[in-house]
Design a binder for this molecule. Structure first.
Ligand SMILES: NC(=O)c1ccc[n+]([C@@H]2O[C@H](COP(=O)([O-])OP(=O)(O)OC[C@H]3O[C@@H](n4cnc5c(N)ncnc54)[C@H](OP(=O)(O)O)[C@@H]3O)[C@@H](O)[C@H]2O)c1
Length: 417
């Protein structure tokens, strides 16, 4: 390796942000030659021929894919030794991108398990990667208290608010524990770190993802279109307009938020890691595709249109549950079947039309939370992008673009019709 060439290791490379980081690095973001080696780590098996990452030639970075790395499997020195044995060259790693997350019903257990996994990774690189320069990871707006019905802070959400998170709530979120771990581990060392904070992340994964709203809604819209004579494979094509109501209530459709594409997040994590003086030292950056917040109500017609449908306002006018539902809760009754239940009822259509991947690699355990998005997130939660804009990172892009690019990739990967 030349002095300037870097070795990136991406933990959670099969996830929403992780897949995109590997994709961007293989496409040689930010410029050719910045990284000579990319090590992509996954837990579940990932077949490289079905990864949808670009192929590289001899001039591009070398990709090493290592699957079957369960970060909970062992701890401390035992984990570090086993990681070293699995990787071709842990010693040359310069940049760690940490995108692992496992959801557990008990919040405290979730914090403990996720913290333990990150600690294993950091300690292994501290021990075996003397050239380590940067560690980057995404937190999320859960860290601004959005899991409290009605939210915690008055938006726009600003980075310094996280230090005022009520302690009882903070104990249920892993991000403060990650910060403490990284602050302590990096003190006096030659590496530094940063965190980005996205709200909903819009992107593609070939293998499913627990909390991919884009995949969840795409599968719903795809099956709904098919059942109403729209889109590819539809049994009897219909010219008539088919309306599909927003899956939520009016407040869910009208509340302000700032979504981010996985690509924007991936690019910023790389950008930040190459600019440690301005972006390191444990800095937290809000991230989104556009400074101007949007609403799900505005987005819905544009998403439905891609499937040949007319997206209309919510069928549920009632706001009796306004700001009382907890994350993952739905009202006692909904005017139409929630997307996850609709998908479960009709998923054999995917199988009949060669989309086995759609059944084996959907959103899994996250579907209840994703179903509740339009009913639970009934309050404004937009973030300020002032801080990230000062770093010189790229500017606004149309937030609809990420959804459409994801839909195209889902179709290519057999995740929708
Ligand atoms: N999704 C969103 O909309 C959203 C919004 C805001 C913040 N966030 C935050 O962003 C971060 C990344 O989330 P994401 O949505 O990108 O997650 P994701 O798509 O579900 O990916 C999670 C990754 O973690 C890996 N993983 C899980 N358990 C593991 C284990 N025991 N050992 C090794 N790897 C393991 C998974 O690997 P396998 O696939 O191999 O199992 C997967 O690659 C999380 O902190 C999340 O809270 C997400």
């Amino acid at each position: 390796m030349t002095e300037q060439s870097n070795h990136a290791i991406v933990y959670g490379a099969s996830g929403l942000v992780g897949w995109s980081i590997v994709d961007q690095l293989l496409k040689q973001y930010p410029e050719s030659g910045t990284f000579s080696k990319i090590t992509a780590i996954t837990n579940r098996p990932l077949d490289i021929s079905r990864s949808y990452w670009p192929e590289t030639d001899a001039t591009g970075p070398k990709l090493e894919l290592v699957s079957g790395v369960d970060l909970r499997h062992a701890d401390g020195p035992t984990f570090a030794e086993s990681l070293k044995d699995k990787l071709e060259d842990i010693a040359s790693v310069t940049h760690v991108y940490y995108l692992v997350f496992t959801a557990i019903a008990d919040d405290i257990e979730e914090v403990d398990t996720n913290l333990r996994m990150m600690r294993n990774v950091i300690h292994a690189h501290e021990r075996f990667s003397p050239n380590l320069r940067f560690v980057a990871f995404p937190g999320g707006t859960r860290g601004y208290g959005i899991y409290v019905p009605g939210g915690t802070f008055t938006p726009p959400l600003q980075e310094d608010m996280v230090s005022n998170l009520p302690p009882d709530y903070a104990a249920t979120v892993v991000y403060p524990a990650y910060r403490k771990l990284l602050n302590e581990a990096s003190e006096g060392k030659s590496w530094t770190w940063c965190e980005v904070c996205p709200d909903a992340i819009i992107g593609f994964t070939p293998n499913g993802s627990q909390f991919s709203l884009a995949l969840h809604w795409a599968q719903y819209l795809s099956l709904y279109a098919f059942n109403h004579g729209k889109g590819p494979n539809a049994p009897s094509a219909q010219d008539a307009i088919v309306k599909i109501p927003f899956p939520g209530n009016a407040a869910g459709a009208n509340s302000l938020f700032t979504p981010a594409s996985s690509q924007t997040i991936a690019r910023f994590l790389v950008y930040a890691s190459l600019n440690p003086d301005t972006c390191g030292q444990g800095n937290l950056f809000n991230i989104a595709d556009h400074q101007k917040p949007c609403t799900y109500g505005e987005l819905w017609p544009k998403l439905a249109e891609w499937f040949g449908l007319e997206g209309v306002g919510p069928a549920d006018e009632s706001e009796s549950n306004l700001n009382t539902l907890k994350v993952g809760e739905l009202p006692d009754s909904t005017a139409s079947l929630p997307p996850g239940e609709y998908i479960s009822s009709h998923k054999e259509i995917f199988l009949r039309h060669g989309c086995e991947n759609a059944v084996t690699a959907g959103v899994g355990a996250g579907h209840r939370q994703l179903d509740s998005v339009g009913y639970w997130l009934t309050f404004d939660r937009q973030m300020s992008l002032e801080k990230i804009r000062k770093t010189g990172f790229e500017g606004d892009k149309d937030p609809v673009g990420a959804w459409i690019e994801s839909f195209e990739m889902f179709r290519k990967a057999g995740l929708i019709l």
